[in-house]
Design a binder for this molecule. Structure first.
Ligand code: NAD
Length: 299
């Protein structure tokens, strides 16, 4: 079993680290938010006093941080992880969703220091993180992927090697852009259905077996009621925060601008999620876009 340093123990990182403990690994974790450390301690992990302390002597160092700036800071800054751990030679795995450039920059710095690194963002939400059923989309060399795979299998069900450094992030950005659009589409359908006097449970049961079905509809319905485990039934507690969805759709728009890909629906969806955040709901689940849209009703 491996010695694992885990940095970033939030909504996703907390349960992912707990699953590594469950699989028999020795996990030492750090988060700047001390509340986030409790879950790891309860799960049987060790709390470290800093990122460097968590990574010290580890075979594998995993990060699950909000955005590219946090990942660059933790790995590259003076006294950053690459400097601290290069003598020990651990495998580095960043599971955060970040821009492709940051992923490639950090991987290049790791490789220059003689370390193997993977970008391994995830899909499946907090439920997938808790149940160990995440999908990992992984970028990096064949060797790094072979080393990382058994570790990722303790946290996920589907582990895909997407290509070289940054390829995991590229897949993730496309995935979340499609999800952002899907969620708006499902929300509009349920709002119109209500205006037409339909029952949401019936609409859900029918559409889940019809051509409008999607993960947003069948697993994560934004209208309260039809999917009991969905954030819509707990006042949109996350889940996946709307502010993080804004970050991800912005990443897709930057990539679209750089490559000339046409993404007009994503641009529209982004403006909706930005208004959700401006309305004060950035820390709620992104499916709260349903409630925001419902509030835009025309008389
Ligand atoms: P979160 O905000 O709950 O967790 C991030 C954690 O990182 C926080 O606890 C924060 O305190 C910690 N952190 C920030 N800077 C740090 C630093 N310098 N050192 C140590 N800890 C630090 O966010 P989350 O929902 O767990 O998401 C994490 C990443 O996973 C994001 O990139 C997100 O886009 C992605 N993601 C989230 C979901 C989801 O459903 N929540 C699904 C897939 C991917």
């Amino acid at each position: 079993m491996a010695k694992i340093g885990f940095i970033g123990l939030g909504n996703m990182g907390g349960p992912m680290a707990a699953n590594l403990v469950k699989a028999g690994h020795a996990v030492s974790g750090f988060d700047i938010n001390t509340k986030a450390l409790d879950l790891l301690a309860e799960a049987g992990g060790r709390i470290a006093g800093s990122s460097a302390a968590a990574a010290n002597g580890a075979d594998v160092v995993i990060t699950m941080l909000p955005a590219g700036e946090h990942v660059r800071e933790v790995f590259l800054n003076q006294g950053g992880l690459i400097d601290v751990v290069k003598g020990d030679g651990p495998l580095l795995i960043d599971c955060s969703t970040i821009d492709v450039d940051s992923a490639r920059t950090v991987t290049a710095a790791a490789e220059a220091a003689g370390l193997a690194m993977l970008d391994a963002p995830v899909s499946g939400g907090t439920v997938g993180a808790q149940n160990g059923t995440l999908t990992f989309m992984v970028g990096g060399s064949d060797n790094a992927f072979a080393l990382g795979r058994p570790i990722l299998e303790a946290m996920g069900k589907n582990i895909f090697h997407a290509g070289g450094p940054g390829a995991g992030q590229a897949v993730k950005i496309c995935n979340n852009m499609m999800l952002a659009i899907n969620m708006v589409g499902v929300s509009e359908g349920f709002i119109l259905a209500q205006k037409l006097g339909l029952d949401w449970d019936k609409l859900h049961a029918i559409c889940a077996t019809a051509t409008s079905n999607s993960w947003a509809l069948s697993n994560y319905c934004p209208a309260p009621g039809p999917v009991p485990a969905a954030p819509s039934n707990r006042d949109y507690a996350p889940g996946f925060m709307a502010a993080l969805m804004v970050k991800d759709v912005k990443l897709s728009q930057a990539a679209a601008a750089a490559t000339g890909a046409p993404t007009p629906l994503a641009a529209k969806a982004l403006s909706f999620y930005q208004q959700v955040v401006e309305a004060g709901d950035g820390a709620r689940d992104f499916s709260v876009v349903f409630r925001w849209l419902a509030g835009q009703s025309r008389e």
